[in-house]
Design a protein around this ligand. Structure first.
Ligand code: ADP
Ligand code: MG
Length: 500
């Protein structure tokens, strides 16, 4: 005899299929309630739900009635036992022969069970995510095919709810992650010290940090706000970071601003105040200048003393022996000329200079300096050898000052050479080179070479190379030194950058 289905109202049925959104926190309640309703609906004596845990295993998540005897940590392995076979095949099974009902999740299955429905829970892609098991005790009527059909329909709804819970949970955790990342970002931005704005593609500020808000509310600060749209526009146009130094004369403050385009559109703008840094730099420059002036004063006093002593002795000689006046007045003139050129050198160093650029031939300038200096060098027994490798076109240079550089380098080379040695000067397109075979220099000397007042000569000023470098720098060129102790030295001056 087949037992009649209990009379359930339509509401109860809908209740069973109720699918209000389930989140991970109340999925347990949903499973418990749904399982209880199922057991009751099918007039079963027990039921259980296993859900996926890992690649091949399912763990017990809910149990009811007679199946409460299942241990809490009961599991199903894919392919093992009836439940495992259902989980693997994805096909629901109705078992109404107790002898066929073997081990169920580690519990001797056929103890008192007469009939059982084992239904897979599958996600929309038909991947099994769990197993629903409903059973009747011995003595109760066995399940029929119609029961299985209903159970399968129900399982589809349970699967959806479980899937939803998973989605809701994932959404919640990604929300939480975003919230955490956002909180960290805000904290980082607020503590960077500088002002940071995020603007959208239309240049509207969509986010800003605390220092940015503070800066905007400061009275009188105008230029940062005015510079922002300009920077953003350039950054977006170039697809690259744009930097600018912004000075606000109204408040006498300076900012370093940077706009970086974002791939998602818009840009990040940062402003870092550098007023204090700028002031310190200026102060440092002033201190450095004062130190140089101090050094220069000492050097001037030292340099002037020698010729002055010579002049005084000569004057004394003339007073004591008026007959040798002519000879000593020559000496006086010579010392006076030395003083004069000393003055020139000091003035050249001290004076802020402006270049007087003209189109001139580098070869011509080098040649005339070498010719002038050659006469003096012959007296010292040093020959200056000039090779013009490539006269090149005329270039924009300050001829007088470049002549001075050539003079300083050739004179140093002659001074470093011994009688009988050669100084080799070469000129090419936009460059020249002065090579000597004198003593050469150790590394320490090379490092100090361009410092003002560095000299190893008794009557040197130590200004020749310092001034030369200033001149070459002003032309946008560079001076390269190669020197080997005991071998010689080569200075190469490049005025026009090589074209690649
Ligand atoms: P000064 O010639 O008045 O000493 P410079 O600035 O011209 O000042 O040169 C600085 C120092 O560099 C020299 O005193 C010398 O020690 C070193 N120096 C410059 N050129 C050469 C060179 N060609 N060979 C060896 N030493 C050199
Ligand atoms: Mg010199």
């Amino acid at each position: 005899m087949v037992a009649a289905q209990p009379r359930w109202s339509q509401d109860d049925l809908w209740d069973l299929f109720d699918l209000s959104p389930v989140s991970d926190s109340d999925i347990q309640k949903y499973l418990d309630v749904t399982l209880a309703k199922c057991v009751s609906w099918f007039r079963a004596s027990g039921g259980s739900i296993f859900l996926q845990d890992g690649a091949d295993g399912f763990v017990l998540r809910a149990k009811f009635g007679e199946q409460k005897r299942l241990p809490f940590d009961a599991t199903i392995e894919k392919g093992q036992g009836i439940a495992g076979i259902v989980a693997m095949s994805g096909v629901a099974r109705l078992i109404d022969d107790p002898s066929l009902y073997p081990d169920m999740a580690g519990v001797e299955g056929n103890q008192g069970i007469s009939s059982s429905m084992v239904i897979p829970l599958a996600d929309p892609r038909r991947v099994v995510i769990g197993v629903l098991n409903i059973s009747r005790k011995m003595g109760e009527p066995t399940f029929r095919e119609i029961d299985l059909d209903q159970a399968v329909a129900l399982a589809a709804h349970v699967s959806l709810a479980v899937g939803n819970a998973e989605l809701v949970n994932r959404l919640k955790s990604s929300w939480e992650q975003t919230a955490v990342a956002n909180e960290q970002l805000v904290a980082v931005l607020d503590s960077v010290g500088g002002a940071v704005w995020v603007v959208d593609g239309g240049g509207r500020v969509v986010n800003q940090n605390f220092p940015a808000a503070e800066l905007e509310s400061e009275a009188g600060v105008m230029e940062v706000g005015l510079a922002m749209p300009r920077l953003v526009q350039s950054a977006l146009a170039d697809s690259d970071t744009i930097r600018a130094q912004v000075y606000d004369s109204g408040v006498d403050r300076t900012w370093l601003m940077r706009a970086t385009p974002l791939e998602s559109g818009g840009a990040v703008v940062a402003a870092q105040e550098i007023t204090e840094h700028e002031r310190q730099q200026r102060e440092l420059g002033r201190v450095r200048r004062l130190a140089e002036i101090g050094q220069m004063t000492a050097a001037i006093a030292h340099e002037i003393r020698n010729p002055l002593t010579g002049i005084r002795s000569a004057a004394q000689m003339i007073r004591q022996h008026p007959d040798v006046g002519a000879e000593f007045s020559d000496l006086i003139e010579e010392e006076a000329m030395k003083l004069n050129s000393l003055c020139d050198e000091f003035l050249e160093f001290a004076r802020p200079f402006q270049l007087n650029l003209n189109s001139e031939s580098l070869g011509g300038i080098v040649e005339s300096v070498v010719r002038l200096i050659g006469a003096q060098s012959e007296e010292l027994g040093v020959e200056v050898d000039l090779t013009i490798e490539d006269a090149g076109d005329e270039i924009m240079i300050d001829g007088r000052r470049i002549g001075q550089v050539v003079h300083n380098l050739v004179r140093n080379a002659i001074e470093a050479s011994s009688p009988g040695q050669k100084v080799v000067v070469k000129v090419g397109e936009g460059w020249f080179e002065v090579e000597d075979f004198g003593g050469g220099m150790d590394e320490e000397t090379v490092e100090k070479l361009f410092s003002p007042f560095f000299t190893t000569k008794a009557d040197g000023t130590g200004l020749g190379l310092c001034t030369s470098r200033k001149i070459v720098d002003a032309h946008g060129g560079d001076i390269v030194v190669r020197s080997e102790l005991g071998v010689g030295t080569t200075f190469t001056v490049r005025l026009v950058r090589e074209k690649k």
